[in-house]
Design a protein around this ligand. Structure first.
Ligand SMILES: [Zn+2]
Length: 342
């Protein structure tokens, strides 16, 4: 099914294309290891020292050893996520491929409303675009009465037309009735029947309808910038006719449409994912600044007493060490591990 590439009107400004957006999500791994500041079932109390003061934590595993399998899994997980991130970054660079459309396709102008005053200029512009992209363009001009209600003069629709809610729906019908493929780009311009410049405000509309196969070339960012320019040109009627508004928009689009583009959304998403992966990897592999302190932690009982070292005066926890954790001086024998039970 073709879909709108965007459109606009004299009174309403331009609107962008209807398209799909995708989202991705990632999930981090979880571990069965817990460290908390308060006691919990299955936890053991540990003490370590920070800034010469004892810090107590509760853990349901031996915090002095990182688990080897946990490390292996987190390294594998990080490597996979890293590859995924690099792949995403590679996807950010999009080089459109020229479409391999049927040689029987050609660009056409169907000026039913009689508003194209320079056919050759418009034809040259859309043929240049076709030569570069492989996308055949068709320009159709219609009258507002054709879709808002009234008798249509279009040969394929020579019967009572109208009652379309907007030009987009009408353009969709025009597309599927004219093209059996998904390779064309149809631009429909609509103006009131019998309008002349002396009538003042011209209630014009336009709509682009692109086949699905054109999506790789006519990306949202391509059609958005084309829409903005065509809308501006059509509005600046003192400087542009309908013909030159259309031809200029195509002439400006053609030289850049096949250039590689960076998809900033994907790029920023991948950078965010990579940053998260690196942080996660650092934490899991033990660059975690606490890992070093945990390695020196000692198990202790809930009732463990604190004492001041006789030499340096800093606090140590009784029953957990044979020498002062701060200055290395020997601890009195009665405060050494196991002393109380012998
Ligand atoms: Zn000491």
């Amino acid at each position: 099914m073709p879909h709108s590439s965007g459109g606009g009107s004299h009174s309403g400004g331009s609107h962008s294309s209807s398209g799909f957006s995708s989202s991705s999500s990632s999930s981090g791994g979880s571990s069965a290891k817990h460290i908390k500041n308060t006691s919990f079932p299955g936890a053991r109390r540990y003490v370590y020292y920070e800034n010469y003061r004892p810090v107590y934590v509760y853990a349901d595993y031996d915090i002095r050893k990182g688990t080897a399998s946990g490390k292996v899994w987190s390294i594998i997980g990080s490597a996979v996520s890293l590859l995924f991130g690099i792949m995403l970054i590679a996807l950010c660079y999009d080089k459109p491929q020229k479409m391999d459309t049927s040689p029987s396709y050609h660009c056409e102008i169907k000026d039913t409303a009689g508003v194209i005053d320079d056919m050759d200029k418009v034809q040259d512009a859309i043929v240049d675009f076709y030569d570069v992209t492989g996308i055949p363009v068709e320009i159709m001009t219609v009258n507002n009465e054709d879709w808002q209600g009234g008798y249509s003069e279009l040969e394929d629709f020579a019967y009572w037309q109208g009652n379309y809610s907007d030009l987009e729906n009408y353009a969709y019908d025009l597309y599927v009735n004219h093209f059996a493929d998904e390779s064309h780009w149809l631009i429909v311009y609509s103006t009131p029947d019998g309008y002349s410049s002396s009538d003042g405000f011209e209630d014009w509309y336009w709509e682009g309808m692109q086949g699905n196969d054109t999506d790789d070339v006519l990306t949202k960012s391509v059609t958005n910038s084309f829409n903005d320019e065509l809308q501006n040109n059509l509005t600046a009627r003192t400087r542009y006719t309908v013909s030159s508004a259309i031809s200029t928009s195509f002439d400006d689009l053609t030289p850049t449409v096949m250039k590689s583009k960076v998809n900033w959304t994907i790029l920023f998403t991948s950078i965010a994912i990579l940053a998260f992966v690196c942080l996660h990897a650092c934490l899991m592999i033990g660059i975690n600044p606490k890992a070093r302190k945990y390695a020196k932690a000692k198990p202790c009982s809930d009732a463990a007493q604190e004492k001041a070292c006789e030499y340096c005066g800093y606090t140590y926890v009784v029953d957990t060490c044979t020498e002062c954790p701060h200055c290395g001086a020997p601890i009195p024998p009665e405060d050494q591990p196991g002393a109380r039970f012998t």
